[in-house]
Ligand binder design. Structure first.
Ligand SMILES: Cc1ncc(COP(=O)(O)O)c(C=O)c1O
Length: 431
């Protein structure tokens, strides 16, 4: 088969095409290749297949929808499934987050949130508020807004940042918090950097602060105890909107529907994608509180927000998301982490601290990272371990010096044990 035509995303194209791995099927916790090799998925694909792979109920719902109503624009037209889905999602959301705007990805959800923030301030007569404060090591997708607020240099070094953006320091602190279980105890004072940025830029110029409650692609960095509450307090003091990017942390990953519920800090907006359809079909969403919706929608006659996508609230995506919600609810998956599997996963990954060159292990819910010492030559150990794990039939994510874990929420103890055995075998090949 010729592989050249498909320019693959976030992939070393030349290397992949020399020794490609082509998946043919998937079910539960595993993928199978065309040659019949099986891979244990400790990444939920890209943090998305929370319900496990190829759920039949979701596939059937999509098929039924496709047969009956394959497409309808959501500009000035509607269909029942999107309104039902929206009602169900806001019922799960915290506080008075009662509105949701549908997109097709996490990247679009973030760019939508940035635009809604500016539309909100403009509707209030404060159109000067255009600066966004984000954070180092953040990942907010790859559209131009998300790239601009992102804090991972690889993702932005070749592109100009759009608009005015400044960054808070990241919260990773090996000296004080290595091998934390759950939230690190120290580091709340890092939130006070927001006060300095407000003083520097002027609150009257700042639209919003945007952070992942737990930074994901930046290395799984749970926030220090009290840190998110302090961001909330400073934002409130200055009428700055607080946006949580919950594209990774939503849909049961932390042990609650959202990390904002888990950490008891309610943002003004939050974004979602991935677990929303458990990866079965692209869909994202931007949620907001009543006061934002009421201000923007109340500010104009006719179209109030000049924004939307051809495939916003696509019928097949809505059918998939409704079917996924049924499964999350029937199987109590939003809180499954707290049933014992979260603690089992935590103990298992911390048991790997005896591997050579480990400098940190951290976790929250069904998110975890194992960090190795930086290497002066050659590939970082996280990338090498990722490759060696593949040879063992194990999928972990390599992120520089770390490997990152975010298994499907249906994971059982025997899968965790299998992961530990296979990772040790992969590590033996390296050290
Ligand atoms: C926190 C966060 N935000 C946004 C995105 C972008 O989502 P997508 O790849 O669906 O555009 C991601 C993807 O990994 C993410 O982790």
């Amino acid at each position: 088969m010729k592989l050249d035509a498909h320019w693959m995303p976030f992939t070393a194209n030349k290397a992949f095409k020399q020794s490609p791995i082509l998946m043919e099927s998937s079910s539960g916790m595993r993928w199978q290749t065309e040659e019949g090799q099986s891979f244990l998925d400790m990444t939920a694909g890209l943090w998305c297949t929370n319900l496990g792979h190829s759920r039949q109920k979701v596939a059937e719902a999509m098929y039924e929808s496709a047969k009956k109503l394959s497409y309808v624009p959501s500009f000035n037209l509607g269909h029942r499934a999107s309104f039902e889905l929206a009602e169900r999602l806001v019922a799960h959301s915290p506080g008075d987050i009662n509105h949701v705007f549908f997109t097709n990805s996490g990247s679009e959800a973030i760019d939508t949130a940035l635009k809604i923030a500016m539309a909100y301030h403009s509707a209030k007569g404060q159109s000067g508020r255009k600066i966004f404060i984000a954070r180092e090591r953040a990942y907010h997708g790859v559209n131009i807004g998300g790239t601009s607020v992102g804090g991972i240099i690889h993702n932005s070094r070749h592109f100009d940042r759009w608009g005015s953006v400044d960054h808070l320091p990241h919260t990773h602190d090996l000296a004080n918090n290595a091998f934390s279980r759950g939230l690190p105890e120290t580091g709340v004072e890092k939130a006070s950097a927001l006060k300095d940025l407000v003083a520097l830029h002027g609150a009257e110029n700042i639209a919003a602060v945007v952070v992942e409650p737990i930074a994901g692609a930046g290395g799984v960095l749970p926030p220090p105890v009290g840190y998110l509450k302090e961001l909330r307090r400073i934002c409130d003091e200055h009428d700055i909107l607080l946006i949580f990017d919950e594209v990774v942390t939503g849909f049961g990953r932390t042990g609650s529907f959202t990390a904002s519920i888990e950490f008891d800090v309610i943002p003004d907006m939050y974004t979602s994608a991935k677990g929303l359809t458990s990866g079965a079909v692209p869909m994202g969403a931007t949620f907001c509180k009543d006061f934002i919706y009421d201000t923007v929608v109340g500010s104009a006659e006719g179209i109030e927000l000049w924004h939307g996508y051809t495939y916003s609230a696509h019928p097949i995506a809505c059918a998939a998301a409704n079917a996924c919600l049924d499964i999350y609810e029937e199987e109590s998956l939003f809180t499954r982490v707290n049933s014992g599997i979260g603690a089992y996963f935590e103990n298992a990954i911390h048991s790997l601290s005896d591997l050579p060159q480990v400098v940190d292990i951290r976790n929250y819910g069904l998110l975890g990272a194992i960090e190795f010492a930086p290497q002066s030559e050659g590939l970082p150990l996280g990338s090498r371990l990722f490759k060696k794990s593949m040879e063992q039939g194990l999928m972990v994510r390599g992120a520089g010096d770390s490997i990152i874990l975010s298994p499907p929420l249906i994971i059982e103890e025997q899968h965790v044990d299998e992961f530990v055995d296979k990772l040790r075998a992969a590590a033996r090949d390296i050290f």
